[in-house]
Design a protein around this ligand. Structure first.
Ligand SMILES: Nc1ncnc2c1ncn2[C@@H]1O[C@H](COP(=O)(O)OP(=O)(O)OP(=O)(O)O)[C@@H](O)[C@H]1O
Length: 261
């Protein structure tokens, strides 16, 4: 793995989340080392999205602690968590359809600069040197994600798989140290899935970004993840290397009849 100068340790202990009487997360704890590619799996309703929502500040846990390096994330607003270098890519495409690929990725730069829309507009009027620097960074991430040739294309004209890559370029433009990926290959055809797996692998290996990925596609999980955490009914039932997890009796039981483990 390449050096990971900025990635920090993500440490989750005793995490709980309750919706009325339902325990969506119950005493969940695990650690993601800097630069690690960690999968989070489990049957439907196991609590995977709830956990991502706690990590990104959308939900406030009712118990436990989430820390990133020395910073405790509990109770922080999502934009502050993003400002710490934690980027989330949602399952649904969340791009500005009427804007070009380049403009969408540029919005990721504004987040990296921790500015709002107004400040972003002011930024447009600032020094040419800074503008050139931003353009170069955007171009870099467009090239990295294989999008340079379609930089001026309006997003609404793109296929689903390409739109997803624009989302990843935008997230990368924030220069994150930890990325939270929500089912990156859901709804993709075979060749799109292979391209996405290559992109995630290179973000991890070449850029040294820590990755937590929720994914149902076991081929994707087993070929990419260094460790796999398994949730079932809100509890962590396994946390190990892929080969051990796939042979774990509790994991096989949890998946019986749903996804043959
Ligand atoms: N906003 C909410 N209000 C009430 N219950 C919720 C809410 N969000 C999730 N839940 C419940 O919490 C439990 C965990 O749901 P969650 O979406 O985290 O599971 P998941 O593992 O991501 O499932 P899937 O694989 O189907 O996306 C489920 O029983 C779900 O119905």
């Amino acid at each position: 793995m390449s050096e990971t100068p900025n990635a920090r340790r993500l440490h989750i202990t005793g995490l709980g989340l309750q919706f009325a009487g339902l325990r969506a997360l119950d005493d969940v704890g695990f650690t993601v080392e800097p630069g690690e590619l960690r999968a989070l799996i489990g049957p439907n309703g196991a609590g995977k999205s709830s956990l991502l929502n706690c990590l990104s500040g959308v939900y406030r846990p009712s118990a436990g602690t989430i820390s990133y390096g020395d910073t405790v994330l509990n109770g922080m607003q999502p934009h502050r968590i993003a400002g710490l270098g934690i980027a989330r890519v949602f399952q649904n495409v969340e791009l500005f359809d009427k804007l070009s690929v380049r403009q969408n990725v540029l919005l990721g730069r504004h987040l990296a600069m921790r500015t709002g829309v107004l400040a972003g507009m002011a930024w447009y009027g600032r020094a040419a040197r800074e503008e050139r620097e931003q353009r170069e960074k955007v171009l870099h991430y467009l090239e990295y994600c294989g999008l340079a040739d379609i930089a001026e294309t309006t997003v609404e004209n793109l296929s689903y798989g390409v739109k997803k890559r624009v989302e990843y370029a935008r997230a990368l433009a924030m220069e994150p140290t930890l990325m939270l990926l929500d089912e990156p290959v859901a709804g993709m055809n075979e060749s799109e899935s292979v391209e996405m797996a290559d992109l995630v692998r290179s973000m991890h290996q070449d850029l040294g970004i820590s990755i937590v990925v929720v994914e149902h596609d076991m081929r994707f999980v087993m070929s990419l993840a260094e460790r796999v955490a398994v949730l079932d009914f809100g509890r962590l039932i396994a946390d190990d290397v892929p080969q051990t997890v796939i042979n774990d009796p509790a994991v096989r039981r949890a998946y019986l009849g749903e996804h043959a483990a």
